[in-house]
Design a protein around this ligand. Structure first.
Ligand SMILES: [Zn+2]
Length: 73
């Protein structure tokens, strides 16, 4: 029981560390990154720079990156 509790705390800490350090956008290399959560519960980064997410045809196509956390959560 204590072990499970400890693991949960560790995971929460690691998640906080990961979320505190957003990556640069893989497309525009900008730092206008926000965190989002999918309906299935997975977290991902998303670039919201207007010049990056808007295609030449004017459609929105934001760069995203799935966040992988150790422990599978
Ligand atoms: Zn971008």
């Amino acid at each position: 029981m204590r072990g499970a509790h400890f693991a949960r705390k560790l995971l929460a800490h690691e998640r906080a560390e990961t979320f505190a350090r957003p990556p640069k956008c893989g497309r525009c290399h900008g730092t206008e990154i926000e965190i989002r959560r999918r309906r299935n519960g997975n977290w991902f980064w998303r670039c919201y720079a207007v010049k990056c997410k808007t295609t030449s045809s004017g459609r929105s196509n934001a760069w995203t990156l799935d966040i992988r956390l150790r422990g599978g959560l």
